[in-house]
Design a protein around this ligand. Structure first.
Ligand code: GDP
Length: 308
């Protein structure tokens, strides 16, 4: 996804190579190119501005070091600042002291929540956990059975609503009726009773942000007191990623971000702005439809990948 950003940034930094000393004009020119590269990749403007200001300040004030020539010094600064906007340290899941840990997924319809529930379940199992997926997307026809298929593929049990009652049981066939808040609560109770140590709650999304969606997500959050609320966002939706993140941050609140569809060929920079705009870390990245196309998000590795 970040191939062209990567090419542009390495190009901008390559021009500095071989220079014994960097003038302010060299730094200004390089910063202009970096700015254009970031804007072309769709990183949001306030994030680009702050990023460039920090690079300029640090590059102009940089001490000449015995170990690094000036060009290497600028590359190092750009790398560090890129790691910074991506969140700095890798943020791990915060597991509850007394299980079950509750992880709630929120985001727009089509963001990849249901697919992610399977991936997360699979990943948690590999980490030695015993997850239970809970189907609370009762809005989209087929969402419950989609989660059941995803769960089966991942080898993770699914708690889904019983037809007509609004509360459910493991392995029951999906229906679209019912009350997602009751299902969420009953799912957590089920996990506690049957000793599943992590509950992943799949919630409904809408095509756009609306008050009802926010209210439902907030109600599920209030009813289940999740340890993590993960905002799932399609990296291909451009600047909408930033506005949606802001709306979910204000309306529901979340503790971490999952970027999906990083395998797409869109510019993707907007998604990289989500951390800086909302203050919440990117925790996972999904880059395909298969269970394995998923990993913990490491800001330093992503920065190195972008800088080539
Ligand atoms: P939900 O509405 O948020 O639950 O979204 P879904 O999980 O149903 O995903 C919407 C579509 O995106 C489905 O066709 C998924 O197969 C697809 N999808 C999800 N994650 C990824 C990903 O990382 N890469 C690609 N290429 N497709 C994905």
């Amino acid at each position: 996804m970040f191939d062209s950003l990567s090419d542009r940034l390495t190009g901008a930094l390559k021009d500095l190579r071989g220079k014994g000393r960097l003038s302010d004009a060299d730094i200004d020119r390089t910063c202009r190119e970096i700015r254009l590269a970031l804007l072309e990749a769709d990183v949001s403007l306030p994030v680009v501005r702050a990023f460039i200001a920090r690079i300029k300040e640090r590059a102009k004030g940089a001490e000449v070091s015995a170990a690094l020539n000036p060009a290497q010094m600028v590359v190092k600064i750009v790398n560090e600042e890129l790691v910074g906007i991506l969140g700095g340290e890798t943020r791990r899941v915060r597991f509850a002291k007394s299980p079950p840990t509750v992880i709630m997924l929120a985001g727009l319809q089509g963001a990849g929540k249901t697919t992610l529930a399977g991936k997360l379940g699979h990943w948690l199992s590999q980490q030695g956990h015993t997850p239970l997926l809970v189907a609370c997307d009762l809005q989209r026809p087929g969402a419950v059975s989609q989660l059941q298929i995803v769960g089966e593929r991942a080898g993770v049990p699914v708690y889904a609503p019983h037809p007509g009652t609004g509360v459910g049981g493991e392995g029951t066939l999906g229906v679209t009726a019912g009350d997602p808040v009751s299902v969420a609560k009953a799912g957590v109770d089920e996990a506690r009773a049957k000793h599943y140590d992590v509950v992943v709650i799949d919630t409904a999304g809408r095509l756009g942000i609306d008050a009802e969606l926010m209210k439902q997500a907030s109600d599920i959050r209030d009813a289940t007191s999740p340890d993590e609320v993960l905002f799932v966002v399609d990296a291909m939706i451009g600047q909408d990623a930033v506005t949606t993140a802001q709306a979910f941050s204000d309306g529901v609140g979340f503790t971490g971000v999952v970027l999906t569809k990083l395998d797409g060929d869109a510019r993707g920079g907007a998604a990289l702005s989500v951390r800086e705009v909302t203050g919440q870390p990117i925790m996972f990245a999904s880059s395909g439809e298969k269970l394995e196309d998923f990993d913990v998000f490491h800001p330093d590795r992503m920065a190195s990948r972008i800088l080539g």
